[in-house]
Design a protein. Structure first.
Length: 172
């Protein structure tokens, strides 16, 4: 009798919390855009972390939002967003529009880390280029504007994406 009760109790407990299991882990938006979601347990509730490009400068942005999962629906209250897990194609559909596919955690972390390293390198390259511009500006002060303009043109192919250099405009 004790064995039957123990087995029944084990089955009952294993079913607890399984409603959120399809949602947990990393999700990648379908298409070419860089956007990942990570859904994980957070105490009694859940935490959704969004990794994507910042609208302002395209850098990697990481934002966390409290979320709930109930009746096969993910709700992100702070954003007014809801999502449904579609068992048929194993996708997560947010607000009936954005479709995310589940991806391996290690694969997602690798892509996110590579994006963050790319951003850090671009920032370092931009800073070094700004220092070069400042030195060149001092060096060419009072000299021909043609020489300065040739230097400014040479910067175009060397600037990382979203690198705005100060005092690096053409002289008229």
């Amino acid at each position: 009798m004790r064995v039957v009760v123990a087995v029944f109790l084990a089955l009952a407990l294993s079913a607890c919390g399984s409603a959120d299991k399809p949602f947990l882990g990393f999700w990648k938006v379908q298409g070419d855009r860089f956007e990942y979601l990570k859904i994980e347990k957070n105490g009694e509730g859940h935490l959704l972390t969004r990794y994507g490009n910042s609208i302002l400068d395209g850098s990697v942005e990481r934002k966390e939002f409290p979320a709930t999962i109930k009746d096969n629906t993910l709700t992100i209250g702070a954003l007014g967003v809801s999502g449904v897990y579609k068992e048929s194609d194993k996708t997560l559909v947010l607000n009936g529009k954005q479709v995310f596919a589940k991806v391996d955690d290690a694969e997602a972390l690798k892509v996110i880390e590579a994006k963050e390293q790319e951003k850090a390198k671009a920032e370092a390259d931009c800073k070094a280029l700004q220092e070069e511009v400042d030195r060149k500006n001092e060096e060419l002060k009072g000299k021909s504007k043609e020489e300065w303009n040739a230097y400014v043109k040479s910067l175009d192919g060397r600037k990382p994406k979203r690198c705005w250099l100060k005092n690096a405009g053409m002289a008229w």
